[in-house]
Design a protein around this ligand. Structure first.
Ligand SMILES: *Cc1c(COP(=O)(O)O)cnc(C)c1O
Length: 363
């Protein structure tokens, strides 16, 4: 039975998009493929509020995280982490023999601009990574204020993991001075998993030119050069099926209107948070709450896995806590094409299972 997935990716994919995925393939070196990639790129530039080049990757988002830190660290990278996905950058750096240091804050807390300033003032670093929306703790880091700090330093490549936020939360890449902003298609963009996207600034291009060993598959400079010199092509064979679907979905997103889409995410988040405050507690620092998922502290000591088993009988699924936060927290995502009514249906089912009485119309 198919379920409604309220886990932080992948999420339900609409039938229209699934139909696009089954479009007959085309040659990836032809004009039609170039046109498709160009169309997608121009729409993504709107979504990211940027003039930077858009790179597509046939991989999930982690591939482009590896590509970013490997292609653009020339001196030393500083990884700022507030959870599991932040730590992933560090692991990627170490396993690629990139000089890298990890700066962590407690789970449920955000990275502060002051912390970034202090680290950058040492002059040791030329690339930083920040997770916009930490999916393990529900933190939305202040990438705007961090961007202001980064602007004080000349030589820093500012990388942002926006995997679980892009398409659901506004990210003005150029205004914030982000050089590489990464996302995956299976989260707030609502596509099947298998493609990743990043923005790639001129500053990042110049940096990558100075890095001799960038690998092959995730060499961001190679991806960039294929776009520039071969008119929007991809170094190997891209997932054309995803590209058809992405082009279609971006039309839908722009038709909805970016501001409307972001507001819808905020509405869904408000409802889930109010419900969570009534029956449990929010795990995350209230000043930095994500609009695409809510991480709830399991103050009632319920069995999250049992709840999920019961919920699946209704055709719904939520997520347990991530890593060490399993059973201590649980996570409800509210991203992609879901509506306020979808979220209320989910909460109504949870209420029934747990015997809660909430007037959902008041949330
Ligand atoms: C899901 C997620 C990732 C990993 O993305 P993949 O597409 O699975 O590689 C990285 N960072 C964050 C914040 C995520 O939510």
């Amino acid at each position: 039975m198919s379920k409604r997935l309220f886990i932080p990716g992948p999420i339900d994919v609409s039938q229209d998009i699934l139909d696009c995925m089954s479009t007959q393939v085309i040659g990836h070196r032809g004009k039609e493929a170039s046109q498709l990639q160009q169309d997608i790129s121009e729409k993504l530039q709107k979504l990211f509020y940027t003039n930077s080049t858009i790179l597509l990757s046939t991989s999930s988002g982690t591939g482009l995280m590896e590509g970013a830190i490997r292609s653009c660290t020339s001196k030393r990278a500083a990884v700022f982490s507030c959870g599991s996905f932040g730590n992933r950058w560090y692991k990627i750096g170490i396993s690629n023999m990139i000089p890298v240091d990890l700066f962590e804050v407690d789970l449920g807390r955000a990275i502060s601009p002051e912390m970034v300033d202090k680290v950058l003032s040492t002059g040791k670093y030329d690339l930083i990574t920040v997770t916009h929306n930490e999916t393990s703790t529900g933190i939305r880091n202040p990438i705007e204020a961090i961007g202001e700090v980064v602007k004080k330093y000349n030589d820093i490549i500012y990388c942002v993991d926006a995997v679980s936020s892009a398409g659901g939360i506004k990210i003005e890449v150029d205004k914030l001075g982000i050089d590489i902003c990464i996302t995956s298609v299976q989260k707030a963009l609502g596509l099947p998993p298998g493609m990743a996207i990043c923005t790639f600034s001129n500053k990042a291009v110049q940096r990558a030119k100075k890095v001799p060993y960038r690998g092959t598959y995730f060499d961001l400079l190679a991806m960039y050069e294929y776009i520039v010199s071969k008119n929007y092509q991809y170094p190997s064979t891209p997932s054309l099926s995803h590209m058809f679907a992405l082009n279609f979905q971006l039309n839908q997103i722009l038709k909805e209107g970016l501001e409307n889409r972001f507001a819808r995410h905020e509405d869904m988040a408000r409802i889930v948070r109010n419900w969570a405050r009534e029956h449990f507690q929010i795990f995350t620092d209230e000043n930095y709450l994500s609009n695409t998922l809510t991480v709830i502290k399991n103050t009632k000591g319920i069995s999250v896995s049992n709840l999920n088993k019961e919920l699946q009988k209704y055709g719904y699924e939520i997520a347990n806590g991530y890593g060490g936060l399993k059973e201590k927290t649980f996570r409800i995502s509210h991203m992609g094409d879901y509506t306020v009514d979808d979220v209320k249906s989910l909460l109504k089912n949870i209420n029934e299972i747990l015997g809660f009485k909430t007037d959902l119309s008041l949330l």
